[in-house]
Ligand binder design. Structure first.
Ligand SMILES: Nc1nc2c(c(=O)[nH]1)N[C@H]1C(S)=C(S)[C@@H](COP(=O)(O)O)O[C@H]1N2
Ligand SMILES: [Mo]
Length: 437
């Protein structure tokens, strides 16, 4: 049967094209689609984060048990403008308008935990990392030893949750309903994972890694891992795959995995293990928590949206994150004065393992596109900041659409494609609404 469709919340939006969706009653009341119309006049200025016209940011997309819609966020050292997506485990995303800095400040950086937050380390320099398994000589290194034995590197690199963009899928996919804010771009300082692996001595048979962190499973069961993912050795040996102890020049904050984490840029951030204490080198693909099934895996043959599949066949591990561009200024819902005839635009674009070649903006729902100016990224895996100006033909309501194109000539889709049960790879173009006058 083709349409083994998962149940959805009744409040879900109704732009779906499939017959299973078309007969659902439209539920405009309470929908975030109305945010601009109903609240802009009242607020007179920016509305927090979500696209007023987006069906995907609908509150109904939240999984059962999760808070209904975005919740205010209150966490030490974090900006209150972050959006809480779940408090157990703690997950918060960054509204696009808070991704307006060239380097994402720690206060605005998204948070994604799968398990409990571990106890903070008492002696950060004494934190131990072991490298074991398919190596010539297993190692145990303290952070102090990592710093003294290997050459430190600093790169500005995007870290992006594998599920970023998930909320744009119709029907809703399982998991945290990220919009575009499960991503940030920070300066990471550490040593090359490759240097440490080589010090442990790689063999012909050293083909994959598996990573372990100190965070307990959500249940507290000490036999279970919160998450433990791994990758092919080629990705581990890339010069930008780092073992990191500093973020934006500060000791790596506890909530971001301090004192030690991996940063594996371009691929799902679930590989960037926080509270890193053990790397296992393997001959076979890792089998830890978050490997196999439909976890961080995408279909190799496109599925009917809503299909109930287990990922055992015709699925492959997600590698590069997809292309994505955001408008970080103005914020969605911004009201400009009457007679304003242009608007300054700013944003960012990134492309996983690939390169951003072009960023364009449309004011007429994609009929005409205008190229934006791209800044030079600092290094591979840095995002591309972009700027530009759009002419406003009149007062009134406008939607601004942004789309990136990569160096292979592939642009972002208008809608989320390649639906999969856990919602990976969703990268429809970002849209914001503004009102002039
Ligand atoms: N030990 C550990 N590492 C982890 C996770 C986790 O739950 N535990 N979550 C992963 C996921 S899914 C993401 S998206 C990133 C989030 O990193 P951040 O919280 O620093 O933004 O950490 C990854 N590393
Ligand atoms: Mo993630």
């Amino acid at each position: 049967m083709l349409t083994d469709v998962q149940p959805r919340d009744a409040a879900d939006e109704t732009l779906a094209l499939s017959t299973t969706e078309a007969d659902k009653p439209s539920s405009l009341s309470g929908s975030r689609r109305l945010v601009l119309g109903s609240s802009l006049a009242a607020l007179g200025l920016a509305i927090g984060g979500r696209l007023a016209v987006s069906p995907a940011a609908a509150q109904g997309a939240a999984p059962a048990g999760a808070p209904k819609g975005p919740q205010p966020f209150d966490y030490p050292g974090k900006d209150k403008g972050l959006t809480l997506l779940g408090d157990r485990p703690l997950v918060a995303e960054t509204p696009e308008s808070l991704l307006d800095d060239d380097t994402t400040p720690i206060s605005k950086f998204f948070i994604r935990n799968n398990g409990q937050i571990p106890e903070p380390a008492k002696d950060a320099e004494g934190w131990q990392l072991s490298v074991e398994g398919e190596v010539e000589k297993p190692l145990t290194l303290t952070i102090a030893e990592l710093k003294s034995r290997f050459a430190p590197q600093t790169f500005r690199m995007v870290l992006e949750c594998g599920g970023n963009g998930r909320s744009f899928y119709q029907p809703a996919a399982r998991g945290n309903q990220w919009t575009n804010g499960g991503a940030g771009c920070a300066e990471w300082t550490g040593v090359r994972l490759a240097d440490v692996l080589k010090a442990a001595g790689l063999k012909e048979t050293s083909k994959f890694t598996g990573h372990y962190g100190a965070d307990p499973h959500l249940s507290g069961d000490t036999n279970r891992e919160a998450i433990s993912r791994g990758m092919p050795i080629e990705k581990a040996l890339e010069p930008h795959s780092l073992i990191v102890w500093a973020m934006n020049g500060e000791p790596l904050p506890h909530i971001h995995g301090g004192p030690l984490r991996l940063v594996v840029p371009g691929w799902p951030a679930s590989l960037s293990s926080k509270w890193l204490n053990r790397i296992l080198v393997r001959t076979t693909p890792h089998d830890g928590q978050g490997m196999g099934g439909t976890s961080y895996r995408i279909p190799t043959i496109p599925l009917v949206p809503g299909s109930n599949v287990d990922g055992k066949s015709n699925f492959t591990d997600m590698t590069s994150m997809p292309l994505r561009a955001i408008i970080s200024s103005p914020a969605n819902g911004t009201r400009l004065p009457a007679a304003a005839r242009e608007v300054a635009l700013r944003g960012a674009a990134w492309a996983g393992d690939h390169e951003v070649a072009k960023v364009e903006v449309s004011l007429d729902a994609g009929q005409r596109w205008q190229a934006m100016t791209l800044a030079r990224p600092k290094n591979r895996y840095d995002w591309v900041r972009w700027t530009g100006t759009a002419a406003l033909p009149s007062d009134g309501y406008f939607e601004l659409w942004v789309r990136a194109t990569d160096s292979r000539g592939v642009a972002q889709p208008h809608v989320a494609t390649n639906w999969n049960p856990q919602g990976y790879g969703s990268n429809p173009l970002h849209r914001i609404a503004i009102l002039v006058g």
